[in-house]
Write a protein of this length. Structure first.
Ligand SMILES: CSC[C@@H](O)[C@@H](O)C(=O)COP(=O)(O)O
Ligand SMILES: [Zn+2]
Length: 206
């Protein structure tokens, strides 16, 4: 139980920090953190809430079928299936999804089902790449309105315990083994998007 409350505090703190940055405009975004491996249980944001307002009912515990195990009065995030797929196919412990102007604009610059690559910035080290001239690539998938179809497009890109997928004209989903790492990586990606959009086009390649 101590483990549960520690995880809850971690994800609440991330929600508060990201809310201060206006990364949950229009009720967008969803966050989760794993609380048990077998059976899979994770805390995930309730669907459709104003995520800049914080209360004790912000998160639900859901199982591997994305069903709330205690509270039936609220629905889990509509995108809980993506979080579930990540937890079932990696050792990730935390998943963060945000819509920002920068991550939307980046997807508009490139075709879907391709990837966008970044290099030449020190912040790439925050993504775990320490070699000189390291390059990081992020896939861009179509924004299927049917969430199981979105899940099918997402699944092939879950290739490790940390990673990221851009959804066209929608947002980014980032995962990592810990909440600290997931937040750090999300911030590094958003830094790269903003840097690229505000720089000359030469730092961007497909
Ligand atoms: C209102 S934003 C669009 C939503 O459908 C979705 O993309 C989102 O990020 C938030 O959905 P939610 O069900 O609150 O987790
Ligand atoms: Zn979304």
């Amino acid at each position: 139980m101590e483990h549960f409350f520690t995880r809850l505090e971690e994800i609440k703190e991330i929600k508060q920090t990201l809310a201060k940055r206006d990364w949950f405009l229009g009720t967008s975004g969803n966050l989760s953190i794993k609380v048990n491996d077998h059976p899979l249980l994770f805390l995930v944001t309730a669907s459709g809430k104003d995520k800049t307002i914080h209360s004790s009912s912000d998160f639900l515990v859901v199982d591997e079928n994305e069903q709330s195990i205690w509270d039936q009065t609220k629905n889990p995030s509509a995108e809980a299936i993506l979080h579930k797929l990540i937890y079932k196919n990696s050792n990730a412990g935390c998943v963060l999804h945000v819509h920002t102007i920068a991550n939307n604009l980046i997807t508009q610059s490139f075709p879907t089902n391709k990837e966008v690559s970044f290099s030449g910035s020190e912040i790439i080290k925050a993504l775990g790449l320490w070699e000189e001239n390291a390059e990081i690539s992020i896939p861009i998938i179509p924004n299927h309105a049917h969430i199981p179809t979105l899940g099918e497009a997402f699944l092939p890109h879950i290739n490790g315990n940390h990673g990221a997928v851009l959804i066209h004209n929608h947002g980014i989903t980032v995962w990592a083994e810990t909440a600290f790492e997931a937040k750090k990586q999300l911030e590094a990606y958003e830094f790269l998007f903003q840097l690229t959009l505000q720089s000359k086009p030469t730092s961007l390649s497909v």
